[in-house]
Design a protein around this ligand. Structure first.
Ligand SMILES: Cc1ncc(COP(=O)(O)O)c(C=O)c1O
Length: 296
């Protein structure tokens, strides 16, 4: 892909095509934390792999946005005091943190640099594995100020020492088409070799070889770069349409947050409006959204 999109990593990484979150969860740490609200399927996937859920709230207060790291630290300390963190002979990590640092689904929030540094420091201190769901990372919108102006380096690029505590999960589903189910993992070499020992991936390189080779061809001939530009431009014009409609039509008390990348804009309704009733009315006009309680 066009290297102008992601910032270069600060240390050597390996890449690997994969089937996303499910492969990463095969790393088998136990006890974990997850940001809430979050991508609504992530908690079920995590629970299906036998983990206990410890929800951690998001914060919107300046200067920090994204996972509430004070709350996360408190959760981890509580878990440690209750003996809920795994010991070194049980698992390579004492717990797992799931987060979406950039253009979060559903809030659109992006964690600033200082928060990213702190999260990686915490991961090292408590021996946690951070699963950085970076599926929107390449989808910064076209902006007259230039895409680099507002984008912090990826979380994985702060994980520069030792065996590694951050795994970045990327997908072509958000760039090329929903349903391609093919992506990549980026992490320290030690972590990659750990992941690639899993039986699912050892089976002739996983289950997406055909799609992987088609995408490989699209990258080589430049078609993937073109698709990425089309996706960014489409998202940018949709966000502009949402903003314009909101400014022209939204009733008092509504609050709209439109991020500079990704697919999720976050609309707060006044107390008296029921989001499910609004959804029914919106669908009659050919518009749909996911009500916030789905992500709780
Ligand atoms: C944060 C996040 N991770 C993962 C996915 C799943 O992506 P895929 O379409 O590759 O299954 C989504 C889809 O909406 C998402 O928002």
């Amino acid at each position: 892909m066009n290297p102008s999109a992601p910032q270069p990593a600060t240390h050597p990484h390996f890449s690997l095509l994969h089937q996303g979150l499910n492969s990463l969860l095969c790393l088998h740490p136990c006890g974990h934390c997850v940001g809430s609200p979050t991508y609504f399927l992530a908690p079920s996937m995590i629970e299906e792999h036998g983990f206990n859920m410890l929800p951690v709230p998001m914060t919107r207060s300046a200067p920090h946005q994204g996972l509430d790291l004070d709350a996360l630290e408190m959760r981890v300390l509580e878990a440690r005091a209750n003996g809920a963190l795994a010991s070194a002979d049980e698992a390579p990590f004492s717990g797992l943190v799931y987060c979406i640092p950039s253009y979060h689904n559903p809030t659109g929030a992006t964690m600033p640099v200082a928060a990213r540094e702190r999260l990686v420091r915490m991961a090292r201190e408590f021996n946690l594995l951070v699963l950085s769901d970076d599926v929107y990372e390449l989808l910064h919108h076209c902006s007259p100020r230039g895409p680099q102006a507002t984008r912090p380096p990826r979380l994985v690029s702060f994980d520069g020492e030792g065996p590694g505590h951050v795994v970045s999960n990327g997908t072509f589903s958000k760039v090329i088409s929903p349903g391609v189910r093919c992506g990549w993992i980026e992490a320290r070499p030690e972590l990659i070799s750990h992941i690639s020992r899993s039986a699912a991936l050892s089976s002739s390189g996983g289950s997406t070889q055909l799609m992987g080779s088609l995408i490989g061809g699209a990258i080589e001939c430049g078609a993937a770069d073109e698709m990425l530009e089309v996706t960014r431009a489409t998202l940018s014009s949709r966000m502009a349409a949402i903003t314009a409609t909101f400014n022209a039509r939204a009733p008092q008390g509504c609050e709209l947050t439109v991020p500079s990348g990704g697919m999720c804009a976050w609309l707060r309704l006044p107390e008296q409006l029921d989001s499910h009733a609004v959804l029914v009315a919106a669908r009659r006009r050919g518009v749909s959204f996911k009500p916030g309680d789905l992500f709780a």
